[in-house]
Unconditional design. Sequence first.
Length: 350
Amino acid sequence: MMDSLSEQRASRQVATWLLTGVAMIIIQVLLGGITRLTESGLSITEWKPITGVLPPLNDVAWQAEFDKYKLTDQFKYVHQGFSLSQFKFIFFWEWFHRLWARLMGLVFLAGFIYFLARRKFNRSMVRPMVILFLLGALQGAIGWIMVKSGLVPEKYFVGHVELTVHFIAALVLLSYTLWFALNLLILPRQLIQDPKLRNMIWGILAVLFFQLIYGGYMAGLKAAIIAPTWPDINGSMIPATMNEQIPWFSNLVNNPITVHFIHRGLAYLLLILVGLWWYRSGSVKGNALFSKIRIVMISLMLLQVVLGILTVLNATYPSRLVLLGVSHQFIAMMLLMTVMIVLFLLRKNK
């Protein structure tokens, strides 16, 4: 009995550590969103894992960093009028984004060493732990590849595809860390056997996956600014410029108007699917956790649609775009996490 209680206590402690990581990943993604929307991502042109922890500490160091930035095409063609104080503003967001990533790595590493030394891990945790660290390392590598994509001639910003890969990789890390924690927290009696609901949530997750990809494309291509209208897209429900690129399939990735159209369409589809799932899931009785989470899911979906519309309508106002865009991104992550919790609860077995 004592061994069982000790194992449960250890599992809860590990889960708390993992959920702390989830919260830090959320903050990191939001910092990435601010960095993107303030066009700060190329302000630091080098990757210095150790010495880069500290920002420039004197006027000479600041001027040296500014001179490096002046060599980028972003400065030459977009921010050529920047003063040193304006550079410091964008430098801060990129520096803070990288600093938070380092801090996050330290929290995961310190927790791992502590729980390992205290023998809080059991055999079932070893494999997920290895995968977790690999995903974290991969995310860091993708982040630098993304930055490098914007530090080449004739590129004013990081590539929208690289940006989206970085974003999706962060969400995979977020989802995996959450799932790991749920394995340690959710009891078998809280699971639900309902194959139809389970299939429906898989469908919702698939649509949400593509919606998040196109959200990344929207940010990378500045597609909201190009069409700041709703419910139409610059006066048309089906814009004529959706197929102007050759070959045709290039429009699906590189044409801002096409990306905008698809992103909106997937949002409407997702709203319908979540609404149907919410209605169908009302038949499940006697599970307090599931009853709460289904309400959270439909509420987040409705809020996300409203935020999406407001973000588009205010896209030409920089300060509003940052606030609404980051809020839109935050609710997207909350929705994804809610879907993952529902999927966990609807598993066939534990």
